[in-house]
Design a protein around this ligand. Structure first.
Ligand code: CS2
Length: 498
């Protein structure tokens, strides 16, 4: 291949000849935000909004300092460091057009395992007004069975003993807040994860930890730290080697880790910022008093929709979400699930056109250029089911309503957890609960309901006779007749009974 231009600050003027680049002076941008978890989603979402804002406004106080928290994050940290925080965002339009732009809002990067104190000091610095998080659904250390913070987690135990060299977000935040208290520096901690009441949960989990680690800090946090809830949305598949080589070949730019995403993006945030905030509303974010209806809609329709397509598609042998949603029976199943089981639980959403939202979702899932990996969607399902799918089941059960579709999805997941698709191909299962899931899935072969005994996932669901029966029926149908046949039969029976 001919000579490529390395993407970095020094080459930016050169790079700008081929691709749209930041036109603001990055050397003048100061980090006002620390963001923990610099994966694809953050770079397609908050960093994208913030980059737009840096373009549009003269205010240069809101750059981002990206923190890589885990050992696992070494690669992204090294890449961003080599590229001075710059990366290309490749937006895959529905007609296959690629819109590309270099994002410049991440102006500093820190690698926590290498220098934990540096991260604590940065989080405590007076320049920092907001600490945002994308630490994944599982990162909040919440146990569904006990409905509380999980102190049995060995990493939490470690942090309690290693105050200045922690491993988890809770250890870091606690020390940073202790420093902030000494200097009387209020701050906002903003979760950007897919969790209902994400700010409330972040606060509750952090406070549980602080109560044990630094109890005298609690009143100060109560008065000086805010935790706005927010709904975040932009489908961001994992970047594939083909995405990288296409970008490099068509632009002549050597970007080691671009981010690919859909055109749609949404951000709805509660306006509770203790130390000021960027004017994100000027670049499309929406500030509201109560984010709950938006979150509920997004988690139970979009994220759960992904889970439905992911699990059914995986068993069927599909590898991408668009492939699954273009299977007419799976698509019909998803529509019925949304209409019959989710929509009745969303009756309190004022001013939202749910039909339109559901229609838009099918288009977004169907974008054939995205190639969103089913492996990505099914990863960490043990953390996703309790947030995306099971609240719908519990709400429906409370009103004695239809749960057959959700039961089939959970049953498909139990069979998926055996590790093979219907063509006997190995499934790549990435889940912190992998071993427990595999063990329970094996036991469930003889007695399906045993799968529901995974209490940290299913809570008390195993005590619902209606759900256990629906699940067992679905499990047997899939085992005996296969996923496609079962999906068709569920669709038919729902249509027949209206
Ligand atoms: C997905 C989300 O991880 C998942 O299961 O549903 O990553 C989804 O793509 C985003 O939340 C879209 O906003």
């Amino acid at each position: 291949m001919e000579h490529l231009i390395k993407l970095n600050q020094k080459n930016l003027a050169e790079v700008a000849k081929n691709i749209s680049c930041p036109t603001y002076d990055r050397s003048k941008v100061k980090a006002g935000i620390v963001h923990v978890g610099i994966g694809g989603f953050h770079r397609a979402h908050e960093a994208f909004y913030t980059d737009q804002l840096l373009h549009d406004s003269g205010n240069k106080d809101w750059g981002i300092c990206g923190v890589a928290l885990l050992d696992f994050d070494t690669k992204i940290y090294n890449t961003l460091k080599e590229q001075d925080g710059l990366y290309t965002l490749v937006i895959k339009e529905l007609d296959g057009t690629l819109t590309r732009r270099v994002i410049g809002s991440i102006v500093e990067c820190l690698y926590a395992p290498e220098n934990p104190m540096q991260v604590i000091e940065k989080m405590a610095s007076p320049d920092i007004k907001i600490i945002t998080l994308t630490i994944t659904e599982g990162g909040y250390n919440y146990n569904e069975a006990t409905e509380a913070f999980d102190f049995d987690n060995p990493q939490i135990q470690y942090d309690l003993e290693h105050t200045y060299a922690p491993k988890t977000i809770f250890g870091y935040l606690t020390q940073a807040l202790k420093h902030r208290q000494q200097n009387d520096l209020a701050v906002t901690i903003q979760s950007c994860d897919n969790i209902k009441g994400n700010g409330d949960l972040a606060k509750r989990m952090l406070m549980s930890y602080v109560e044990k680690a630094e109890p005298e800090l609690m009143p100060w946090i109560e008065a000086n730290v805010s935790f706005p809830n927010s709904m975040v949305d932009r489908i961001t598949p994992a970047t594939s080697p083909v995405d990288i080589s296409n970008l490099n070949a068509s632009t002549g730019i050597d970007d080691a880790w671009p981010v690919v995403c859909e055109p749609f993006h949404q951000w709805v945030i509660e306006d509770e910022f203790k130390a000021g905030r960027p004017a994100w509303e000027t670049v499309g974010a929406r500030f509201v008093e109560d984010v709950d209806p938006f979150e509920k809609m997004k988690l139970t329709l979009l994220n759960a929709g992904h889970t439905v397509l992911g699990v059914l598609g995986a068993l069927r042998g599909c590898s991408t979400i668009d492939e699954a949603v273009h299977n007419k029976d799976i698509r019909a199943f998803l529509k019925l699930y949304m209409d019959l089981e989710v929509t009745p639980t969303l009756s309190d959403l004022d001013g939202v056109d749910l039909d339109k939202y559901k229609e838009t979702l099918l288009h977004r899932f169907g974008n054939i250029y995205m190639k969103d990996q089913i492996d990505r969607i099914c990863s960490e399902s043990s953390a996703k089911f309790p947030i995306f799918v099971l609240p719908t089941v519990n709400a429906q059960l409370t009103h004695d309503k239809h749960v057959d579709f959700a039961a089939l999805v959970v049953a498909a997941w139990a069979i998926y957890s055996l590790g093979k698709d219907e063509n006997q191909q190995d499934l790549i299962i990435k889940d912190v609960m992998h071993d427990a899931l595999a063990k329970q899935a094996l036991l469930a072969k003889d007695n399906p309901a045993v799968f529901l005994e995974l209490e940290s996932i299913f809570g008390k669901l195993k005590t619902s006779e209606t759900f256990v029966n629906a699940f067992t029926k679905a499990y047997k149908a899939i085992s005996e007749n296969g996923i496609e046949h079962s999906v068709i039969s569920w669709n038919k029976s729902a249509l027949k009974h209206g």
